[in-house]
Design a protein around this ligand. Structure first.
Ligand code: NDP
Length: 282
């Protein structure tokens, strides 16, 4: 029977550490501040935003929310990003994506000051992740997986890690972070020839593909550590991950639940990055 690697204790431990750092900043006359930029009213964005605001409040980070109607133009959003870049009191910016089709997402991401890119959306931040230079911030979800592995005491050196999904938001940066901890990493995707056998070989298996319960019994092997990044709605309308939880519960040594696993740590990572950005901008 697998151990449940819940996100809440990881987030709690991070929050306690961060609150101390936020207090130190306040002692220097700095209030760490996050700008949240949202275009439209997508329910998943609203839900993440509520979580982020709550987490920031707990830590002692001020949040400035910028919301635009979904019909806004590219220029409208660009002006908001430029305003955030110019505001010395703002240390980090979270931008919800995808953006509506009338906006050039790549150009908007490129316009953000890399120093304020606390969610790894600029080329500068991603370059830092890939070169291991320590410059910039990895995407929060990828980093959240690393925080979970670290909190639960997984030493990645020499372990076979398999990541299913190669997006720039999760899979690719996560592969680099795992590599940085000396895991032997395999990245799987839709063209992977035999996904089940690749997954079975993993000691650490991380699913980030976006398909409900696609990692089933065939993909799992006894004793694995399984992290489920997926957030999907199944046919019954339930929130489920990419992993068949019942199968993982039976076979794996540990599994993160959905909800309450990786997603529960993401906002703490965001808060961590904002505090770090505030320190760096002193
Ligand atoms: P994308 O759709 O951008 O990428 C999905 C990746 O999975 C692609 O690389 C794709 O391969 C691969 N993939 C899809 N289907 C299969 C398959 N059948 N076999 C093998 N590989 C497959 O998704 P994201 O990376 O943005 O998100 C992934 C999941 O994580 C989603 O469920 C999303 O909701 C969730 N998520 C959760 C967050 C959290 O905080 N917990 C935050 C961000 C995302 P290919 O490149 O070949 O198309």
């Amino acid at each position: 029977m697998a151990e449940y690697w819940k996100g809440a204790p990881v987030a709690q431990a991070m929050t306690e550490r961060l609150a101390v750092r936020a207090d130190q900043l306040k002692g220097l006359g700095i209030v760490p501040t996050l700008a949240i930029v949202r275009v439209g009213e997508r329910p998943e964005d609203l839900s993440y935003e509520r979580g982020a605001v709550k987490r920031c409040e707990k830590v002692g980070i001020r949040v400035k929310q910028f919301t635009l109607p979904k019909e806004s133009s590219h220029g409208d959003l660009l002006a908001v990003i430029q305003q955030i870049n110019a505001d010395r009191e703002i240390h980090g910016c979270l931008l919800f994506r995808p953006l509506p089709p009338q906006m050039d997402e790549a150009a908007i991401c490129a316009a953000l000051d890399p120093a304020k890119d606390v969610d790894g959306i600029t080329a500068g931040s991603l370059a830092g992740v890939f070169t291991g230079s320590g410059v910039g911030y990895p995407p929060c979800t990828a980093q959240a997986c690393m925080e979970i592995l670290d909190y639960y005491g997984c030493d990645l050196a020499g372990k076979r890690a398999v990541v299913v999904g190669r997006s720039l938001v999760v899979g690719k940066p996560l592969a680099m972070l795992l590599l940085g901890k000396n895991a032997t990493v395999t990245l799987c995707h839709t063209r992977t020839a035999d996904l089940a056998s690749e997954c079975r070989r993993a000691e650490v298996l991380i699913a980030a593909a976006g398909h409900a319960k696609m990692i089933g019994r065939d993909h799992l092997a006894p004793g694995q550590l399984v992290l489920d990044v997926g957030i999907n709605v199944d046919q019954e309308g339930n929130l489920v991950g990419d992993v068949d939880f019942a199968a993982a519960e039976e076979l794996a040594a540990a599994v993160t639940p959905v909800p309450g696993g990786v997603g529960a740590v993401t906002t703490s990572v965001l808060a961590d990055h904002v505090i770090q950005a505030a320190y760096d901008m002193r």
